[in-house]
Design a protein around this ligand. Structure first.
Ligand SMILES: NC(=O)c1ccc[n+]([C@@H]2O[C@H](COP(=O)([O-])OP(=O)(O)OC[C@H]3O[C@@H](n4cnc5c(N)ncnc54)[C@H](OP(=O)(O)O)[C@@H]3O)[C@@H](O)[C@H]2O)c1
Length: 350
């Protein structure tokens, strides 16, 4: 598929939290769109959604849905991607997948365009969009790594409930109302829909995102560890993560400790690199209490960095506070940016 006048696009999971954001971002016309197909499960088939001022009826996603589609943006869960992404590729579409289904597969590019756009050249039909907490972290760390080298990353996250989908947002709202009315809290989704136990998120903090692995880390933590190494092409980078869910709707915040290779650096040296980084906005002025928060980053495209500090006891250690909207740069925007990069660089053919 060479550069063409307009591209036919399918959004799989169009009624979900990420799918809705993808639609909003496609309406900004990042590339010319011909036909648009909005796909979901049988449950939402028949729902009317608006795209660019016209009404589009949501259809059930099936293997035949991808006939004539050039670009398919998937955000309907890993099992749907595993089943339908290969079907989309068979019909000639390029798949950009928001789930964890293919991220660590060798030969599947895992891409944040500002960081490793060139990996798109290797695509064989499926490109994986990284985990939301990983995207914002690597966007800020790549320029630091390029300039000063990077040997260690320790991250603790403060993650929004929208990261677990629309049902988790409803759960937070219902529990908040019930808590304020003195009622018992019903927990059915968080910390992980498919796990045995559920805990209330309202007025709480849950140190579990996704399922526990045999090594005691959660899958979300292992995603941050493994995906960071893959995207940065740094298999020897030391990365460790603790992922925590907090009771706000959108944008993930992260406290990130890094050790750089170069000695003798100052906070200003890191500021200078971050100021010029693509897609990153430095918001860091402690004297004026300037720093990003989940609310200030909500609905914005960029990754915001503040609270840059040097470790008092370690010359090569620095702390950063990184915040970005998990549904925007963490999911929908990054996927659409991948589509734009494929088109602009003529990487669409597979
Ligand atoms: N939320 C985030 O911040 C974020 C960030 C990065 C990646 N992701 C990933 O993106 C995926 C979706 O997340 P979300 O937060 O948007 O979830 P969500 O709000 O629960 O939405 C799920 C979407 O998938 C559709 N779906 C479910 N089962 C389906 C099936 N069998 N066939 C076709 N469509 C089906 C749903 O359609 P119905 O309306 O018919 O149920 C809905 O449109 C997940 O894999 C998630 O890990 C999420």
């Amino acid at each position: 598929m060479a550069n063409q006048a307009a591209y036919n696009v399918a959004v799989v999971g169009a009624t979900g939290a990420v799918g809705q954001k993808i639609i909003e971002i496609l309406e900004r016309k990042p590339f010319p769109i011909g036909e648009i197909k909005l796909l979901s499960s049988k449950r939402s088939a028949g729902t009317k959604l608006s795209f660019d001022g016209r009404e589009v009826t949501v259809e059930e996603a099936t293997p035949e849905s991808f006939k004539g589609i050039d670009i398919a943006l998937f955000s309907a869960g890993g099992s749907v991607s595993k089943k339908l992404a290969p079907e989309a590729v068979k019909h000639g579409a390029v798949v950009i997948d928001n789930t964890s289904a293919f991220r660590m597969d060798e030969g599947t590019p895992l891409v944040v365009p500002e960081v490793n756009c060139k990996d798109l050249k290797l695509q064989k039909g499926i490109i994986a969009n990284p985990n939301c907490s990983t995207i914002q972290m690597v966007a800020a760390l790549k320029p630091i790594k390029d300039k000063f080298g990077l040997s260690r990353v320790i991250v603790s996250t403060y993650q929004a409930v929208s990261g677990a989908g629309n049902e988790a947002v409803d759960e937070l709202k219902n529990q908040t109302r019930d808590f304020l009315e003195g009622k018992e809290l019903k927990a059915e989704i968080l910390p992980a829909g498919s796990d045995k136990k559920h805990y209330p998120i309202a007025f709480n903090a849950l140190p579990q995102i996704d399922l526990f692995q045999d090594n005691g880390y959660t899958f979300e933590e292992m995603k941050m560890i493994n995906e960071t190494k893959k995207i940065l092409h740094a298999p020897d980078l030391h990365v460790s993560a603790t992922c925590v869910r907090l009771p706000f709707v959108s944008s993930h915040a992260e406290s990130v400790y890094v050790e750089v290779d170069q000695a003798g650096l100052s906070v200003e040296d890191l500021w200078n690199v971050l100021k010029d980084a693509d897609g990153v906005i430095l918001e860091d002025n402690p004297k004026e209490q300037v720093y990003p928060t989940p609310l200030s980053a909500m609905n914005k495209d960029e990754v915001f960095v503040g609270r840059v500090r040097k470790d008092p006891d370690h010359d090569k250690g620095f702390h950063l506070w990184i915040v970005s909207d998990n549904l925007v740069k963490g999911a929908a925007l990054n996927s659409v940016q991948i589509a734009v990069a494929l088109i602009d660089n003529d990487y669409l053919s597979n």
